[in-house]
Design a protein. Structure first.
Length: 380
């Protein structure tokens, strides 16, 4: 390899296969961008979707680099953020799987305004799994549910007594736990639905109310009775069954607009409610510009105004050390969820890009690990 090429994982021509390439062009940062040497990259379910031709037909290409989450070191800057200096630590997400910019590689380029400066006390292996899940939750609540998340204008943890609680079904997922924390710092009450073993930890993260999902009928009945004017729900599982459960939480005779926002495209399995709006969107709109994956949204493709609004939302929270997140992470008001490093559970196995390939193929085969998994690529 020369200084102009690098190693990385790309989508192979054959379904369910991954190529380990050593001929990828080393990316150069465009205006407002950074080039980052990847130290850790985290895997996410969309990395496996990219290996399925039917699911990735809108963006599939052999040159697309896998991976979206990263943490590493800035090695080149073309941005006007003084704090984001060469040699500084950085974490963030990129539109991996769907473009030639991914994180299972030696380097990636990213928009400086969408990155976060890691506080000194937080290790990069944990932060590598933070951004994609956190910004998915932020996009769902701020863009799609229309909640006011501008903390500087309203003041942190400002109480919103007039606002009905936000239902978060699947609150034990990574996106769900970050949604609970976002709602807390923005002053909203939340109703967390998760496995009973997770309820105490969700309360510690800031859930106002918490219910076990095991007795679904009883949980739905309690929510309908206690909050007859429920307006918004976030479904982090987005299976037909959980969408139906969310829909049943809304009282039948309630007036006004109600919404279930789903983190995956899903249709209800039998309890469709025409009086409750169902929405689905993609985090990639936070980039503020088109990427191929967004074509799957069809008629819901973001307008120019949506792109601009979503980008402003992301920048208010990111912008390296200038947005809300650096301050909230530094003060401990946002807690980073734990991540495990591959190989898991002390087992021996491949590391670096070879280990990442092994893990992604395992996920493609249906073996989804519990919790977030990161890969050390610093010596790739």
């Amino acid at each position: 390899m020369s200084d102009h090429t690098m190693r990385g994982l790309t989508i192979a021509e054959e379904a369910g296969k991954i190529d380990v390439r050593n001929d990828l062009l080393t990316p150069k940062p465009g205006p407002g961008q950074l080039r980052v040497a990847i130290e850790f990259a985290a895997q996410n379910p969309p990395d496996a979707y990219a290996l399925v031709p039917e699911q990735s037909k809108d963006y599939r290409s052999r040159d697309h680099v896998l991976g979206s989450d990263f943490a590493g070191t800035i090695v080149e800057s073309n941005a006007a953020l003084p704090g984001a200096a060469i040699g500084s630590r950085v974490c963030g997400w990129v539109p991996g799987d769907t473009t030639t910019t991914g994180t299972f590689a030696e380097y990636t380029v990213c928009d400086a305004a969408l990155t976060v400066k890691p506080p000194d006390h937080l290790p990069l292996d944990q932060l590598a799994a933070f951004s994609f899940s956190f910004f998915t939750a932020l996009h769902a609540l701020g863009s799609q549910a229309g909640l006011q998340l501008d903390l500087e204008r309203l003041g942190e943890e400002h109480a919103r007594a007039e606002q009905s609680p936000i239902l978060v079904w699947g609150a034990g997922t990574a996106c769900g736990q970050y949604a609970i924390q976002i709602l807390r710092v923005a002053g909203y009450q939340s109703i967390a639905i998760a496995g009973s073993k997770s309820l105490d930890s969700l309360r510690r993260l800031g859930a106002t109310y918490a219910f076990g999902r095991e007795d679904e009928a009883s949980t739905v009945q309690q929510i309908r009775a206690q909050w007859p004017h429920l307006e918004k729900a976030l479904d982090c599982h987005a299976s037909p069954e959980t969408v139906d459960a969310c829909l049943r939480c809304f009282a039948a005779d309630q007036k006004g607009e109600r919404q279930v926002h789903k983190l995956l495209p899903s249709l209800p399995s039998g309890h469709g409610r025409g009086d409750v709006r169902q929405t689905f969107a993609l985090i990639h709109a936070l980039l503020g510009r088109p990427v191929p994956l967004l074509a799957m949204l069809g008629d819901e493709y973001p307008s120019a105004d949506v792109f601009a609004s979503d980008r402003r939302l992301a920048e208010r929270w990111a912008s390296y050390d200038q947005g809300h997140l650096h301050r909230l992470l530094s003060s401990g008001k946002i807690i980073v969820l734990p991540a495990k490093t591959w190989p898991l559970d002390g087992k021996t196995g491949e590391q670096g890009l070879a280990g990442a390939k092994e893990a992604l193929l395992s996920m493609y085969a249906g073996h989804t690990p519990s919790g977030k998994v990161v890969h050390r690529l610093g010596d790739a």
